[in-house]
Design a protein around this ligand. Structure first.
Ligand code: PLP
Length: 395
């Protein structure tokens, strides 16, 4: 069966060029970078080179990059680390309502420990309101954290402006750039943030490796204690092959950024245009153009997102309902609810996220299948029949 992958916001395939670079570090250069001998030194050299490359690609200094097991750990580190380090200054943090679960779940845990969170609302496109942000700032606010681009609807946030507001008030600023990195320009100096998290598997790098940028001079508590790795800030034997693959994947992504973003956006736009023109009672969630190049998120009225997902899967097409991380849960997406999408509509939502290997032929095949599936599911939907009867039409 022909299989089509349109779920690149969940994860991407490893770029073969990154894999090639990684392979020797599994079997030939296998030393522990913390060892004092030759094997250790040659592994450390590869880690240093990767760190230098990643730093230069995001406008940071090498000693501002701390490797983690991925985006979730980096997000946890910022919230928990700031809580530990700055509790004496205040216990209030501001994040948005549409953050990833790695942030929201951690915030809920910190609330149990006496920290207070303000959850910023968003407009109908999913963008935070800067006036609301300014009004939420208190003398005891220690962190403002807003994601760079949303994983579900792809909305891009005004991070530079948010960082300026934070700086004016002497508050630390964090952005989760997991979805943005490799697709949008992410220069930490230009953005003016103090912390930024990222994860290699979102830009054709390996899974289980990410990093946290920590601006020099900003102290941050540790969450993973152990050996002296990562300049004593994060214990655990260094994952050399993954770090090498991470640096190579980021380097490729940055080199091909403009070309790929343009190509992927052309697929997304063709897809959006056809879906809006050919499928009735459908709503595009998020902004028409101010979104991640590969993201198209739709709500199909009168049917369940899960039913569409399973039918597409049977047709060989892989997509997500809501965000991959919350799939399996029957709750409507917190992102769509925050954007004011009615709960019943939010239940019928599907995220399509295109990548560099998708083709226009796949886009067209997917729309053709989607049309058939939506029509079939609506024919079985009592809600749809009622609505149609109400309009005096035949199902
Ligand atoms: N933050 C965002 C915005 C994400 O989309 C994800 C993954 O979906 C994460 C954090 C978690 O990253 P990881 O899978 O590397 O733990």
């Amino acid at each position: 069966m022909k299989r089509i992958y349109i779920d690149h916001s969940a994860t991407t395939p490893l770029d073969k060029r990154a894999l090639e670079k990684m392979l020797p570090y599994f079997t030939e250069v296998y030393g522990n970078p913390n060892s004092q001998h030759f094997f250790g030194r040659e592994a450390m050299k590869a880690v240093d080179e990767a760190r230098d490359k990643i730093a230069s690609l995001i406008g940071a200094k090498p000693n501002e990059i701390y490797f983690t097991s991925g985006g979730t750990e980096a997000d946890n580190w910022v919230l928990r680390g700031v809580a530990q380090q700055f509790a004496h200054k205040g216990k209030h943090m501001i994040i948005s309502k549409i953050e990833h679960a790695a942030m929201l779940t951690t915030a809920k845990e910190l609330e149990k420990q006496g920290f207070e969170f303000t959850y910023l609302g968003v407009d109908k496109y999913g963008v935070v309101d800067l006036e609301e942000l300014k009004k939420s700032i208190r003398p005891d606010t220690i962190l403002i954290g807003v994601m760079f681009a949303n994983n579900e609807v792809g909305t891009i946030q005004p991070i530079k402006e948010i960082a300026e507001i934070a700086k004016e008030h002497g508050i630390l600023c964090f952005t989760d750039a997991v979805q943005a990195m490799g697709t949008l320009k992410t220069d930490v100096r230009e953005l003016g943030v103090d912390f930024m998290s990222f994860s290699a598997h979102k830009f054709y790098g390996p899974k289980g490796i990410g990093a946290l940028y920590i601006r020099n001079g900003v102290p941050l508590g540790r969450i993973i204690t152990g050996g002296h790795q990562e300049r004593t800030k994060r214990g655990g034997t260094t994952n050399v092959p993954a770090i090498v693959g991470f640096a190579e994947a980021l380097s490729i992504a940055e080199e091909e950024l403009d070309k790929n973003a343009k190509y992927i956006a052309s697929l997304r736009d063709a897809f959006i245009d056809r879906v809006l023109a050919e499928i009735p009672y459908v709503r595009l969630n998020g902004h028409r153009t101010q979104r991640l190049p590969g993201n198209a998120d739709f709500s199909f009225e009168y049917i369940e997102g899960e039913s569409i997902l399973f039918s597409l899967d049977l047709a060989g097409i892989a997509v997500s309902s809501g965000s991959a991380c919350s799939s399996g849960s029957l709750e409507a997406s917190h992102v769509l609810l925050a954007m004011g999408v009615p709960e019943a509509t939010a239940h019928g939502s599907i995220r399509f996220s295109f990548g560099k290997h998708n083709t226009m032929e796949e886009v067209n095949y997917t729309v053709d299948k989607l049309k058939e599936i939506v029509q079939k599911l609506r024919e079985m939907s009592p809600l749809y029949s009622e609505m149609i009867k109400g309009e005096g039409k035949n199902v």
